[in-house]
Ligand binder design. Structure first.
Ligand SMILES: Cc1cc2nc3c(=O)[nH]c(=O)nc-3n(C[C@H](O)[C@H](O)[C@H](O)COP(=O)(O)OP(=O)(O)OC[C@H]3O[C@@H](n4cnc5c(N)ncnc54)[C@H](O)[C@@H]3O)c2cc1C
Length: 539
């Protein structure tokens, strides 16, 4: 109680100076931090004094200006976050700051946020967001930081970055099949934990990726033909809404929000726990072979044939990772037959194999994910990805590869250029639908998802590199459209900030998103205060 009075006396001048800017909600927030049940607490009177001084300085500067700047709002948010979470906020003066700035996968996202807040649990997320909305400050949310679009899971000094990495809780519900995961987890830990319990969780192929951004974009998992997209196995989301209420969204409670979160991204709230249906561990057979890209005609003919065969065998999973000189082909099978399954014969009969990235192995999703991490490059770079989806057509693949080689030849900036062809069986969409469906608006046909990645070093080349990624996509979309091969869907997880995503889910889903946003976020916090993202406000 003494702490409360002391705190109020420090905060009083601040509230009198800038009452119009900040609401009394803030008092609740700070009181909450002092409440006995809260995990965080303010222990040091010196700290209160120091932070209250900062708040007063920020409030004074705001009251002197008729319209506070975004930087002023962010700085006042950070001062209050520091007061509420003395151990969990990083500002430019702390030694941890540089580490926090440089976590994202792409250097284009290494932005100097006004501060980084590291909540440890759901209540702290709710409190951190309350401070932000009270100050009307810009903010961004970061899970694993693998989205390469600048300003999506990063923000510069106009905003606060809520970093969820400390929220790594993992458990199974008492039935032993539903896994509960905090948003600070990455896929490797998810596979380790689930397999230790004899279960398979559907998740990312590159196991260093964070779970929240991946799942909110619906997620392309291993063996998509078996259980649909990763989000199709989610049974419940715990969500912090714009007004800091904490709710559950599932098939029975807040069901429209539940459906919207299955692919709708960061438009509706901050997800603080994912409850995921798991499956018995799969004993799988896998290999990744490397072929000479000069043989692209035969390789793409083989790809078309494997895609045809996948339609009658939902245990098949494959991908092509294409560089100017090599094409690496993943051959993954959700079983361990004595001989490689016949579905992969078209690839195995190619005469252009030049290397083996992962030899034929019987293992599990965990061992496969570990093997892929081993062969993935890990260096830092500036990066961008872009995406589109088409029908299956080897002629289209060939023409696009020839355009790709032309783009590589014209490349003025010494950028690394590569693309992926992801065959998607119709069983993935069907399996998703049998689990209640998602918001992606996918057609139940065999299809191909494309992603094109540019990597470069020099900030001066940002615009050229980003335009290069755009031109790869535009050329593909134009050709595919001319031949009636273009599909509407754009996969959020591989999309660039130069694309819109939500409109590619179709009008019915967009209408639901708008209605859910109006219901759960009537003030438009996630549209207006959130820094950037695949937001409804962009449609
Ligand atoms: C090397 C690599 C491999 C990949 N492999 C795959 C793959 O196999 N399959 C696939 O589907 N995708 C894949 N991706 C794409 C990846 O799924 C997306 O980049 C995804 O956004 C990453 O999730 P994250 O949590 O790491 O991202 P972040 O960058 O932290 O977040 C992405 C977006 O989600 C928002 N967000 C994060 N956490 C929350 C939350 N708790 N609540 C609300 N919003 C939140 C962020 O604000 C941001 O807009 C890969 C990406 C890379 C770089």
């Amino acid at each position: 109680m003494a702490k409360r009075s002391l705190l109020l006396s420090f905060l009083a001048p601040f509230f009198s100076q800038s009452f119009a800017l900040l609401s009394h909600d803030l008092i609740d927030v700070v009181f909450h931090a002092l409440a006995p049940e809260a995990d965080s607490s303010i222990n040091s009177i010196d700290h209160i004094t120091e932070v209250a001084d900062q708040i007063n300085a920020a409030a004074a500067s705001i009251s002197n200006s008729s319209a506070p700047t975004p930087e002023q709002r962010a700085s006042i948010s950070c001062a209050i976050e520091s007061l509420v979470f003395p151990e969990s906020v990083t500002t430019a003066s702390s030694s941890q700051y540089e580490v926090d700035v440089t976590i994202n996968w792409s250097e284009t996202c290494w932005l100097p946020a006004a501060c980084f807040v590291h909540p440890q649990n759901t209540i702290e997320v709710a409190v951190a967001l309350k401070v932000i909305t009270a100050a009307k400050s810009k903010f961004a949310v970061r899970g694993g930081g693998h989205n390469p679009n600048p300003g999506y899971s990063s923000v510069d000094d106009v905003g606060v970055l809520i970093d969820l990495q400390l929220m790594k809780s993992l458990s199974f519900e008492s039935d032993g099949t539903i896994m509960r995961a905090g948003p600070g987890n990455r896929w490797l830990t998810m596979y380790e934990f689930s397999e230790a319990h004899g279960r398979l969780v559907k998740g990312g192929r590159t196991a260093t990726v964070g779970i929240p951004g991946y799942l909110l974009g619906a997620g392309m998992p291993y063996f998509p033909g078996l259980h649909g997209m990763a989000a199709d196995s989610i049974t419940n989301y715990e969500v912090v809404l714009a007004d800091s209420r904490i709710i559950n969204a599932n098939a029975n409670e807040n069901s429209e929000l539940f459906l919207s979160l299955k692919g709708g991204g960061l438009n509706f709230g901050i997800v603080t726990r994912f409850d995921i249906q798991t499956y018995p561990v799969i004993h799988a057979q896998y290999a990744v072979n490397v072929y000479d890209a000069a043989d692209y005609h035969n390789i793409f003919e083989a790809t078309k044939e494997v895609q045809r065969r996948m339609e009658s065998d939902n245990k098949v999973d494959t991908f092509l990772a294409i560089s100017p000189s090599t094409i690496s082909i993943g051959m993954l099978y959700a079983d361990t037959p004595a001989k490689p399954p016949t579905v992969f014969e078209p690839f195995l009969q190619l005469e252009s194999q030049v290397d083996t990235l992962i030899p034929l192995t019987n293992g599990t999703v965990l061992s496969l994910a570990e093997a892929l991490i081993e062969v993935m490059p890990t260096s830092n770079a500036r990066r961008i990805a872009t995406t589109t989806s088409t029908k299956v057509d080897s002629g289209l693949y060939e023409r696009q590869h020839e355009r790709f080689l032309q783009i590589v030849q014209d490349n003025q900036i010494n950028a690394g250029l590569s693309y992926n062809i992801q065959p998607v069986p119709s069983s993935m969409i069907r399996e998703g639908n049998t689990r209640g469906g998602n918001s992606c608006g996918l057609s139940e046909i065999p299809q191909t998802w494309w992603s094109f990645v540019v990597e470069w070093d020099d900030e001066a080349d940002d615009v050229t590199a980003q335009q290069t990624s755009n031109s790869f996509r535009e050329v593909l979309e134009t050709t595919a459209e001319e031949q009636d091969l273009l599909l509407r869907y754009r996969f959020m997880n591989h999309a660039s900030f130069m694309q819109t995503v939500l409109d590619s889910y179709g009008p019915e889903n967009v209408e639901r998103f708008r209605s859910v946003s109006a219901t759960y976020d009537p003030e438009g916090v996630f549209q207006e205060l959130q820094n950037d993202g695949f937001l409804l406000r962009k449609l």
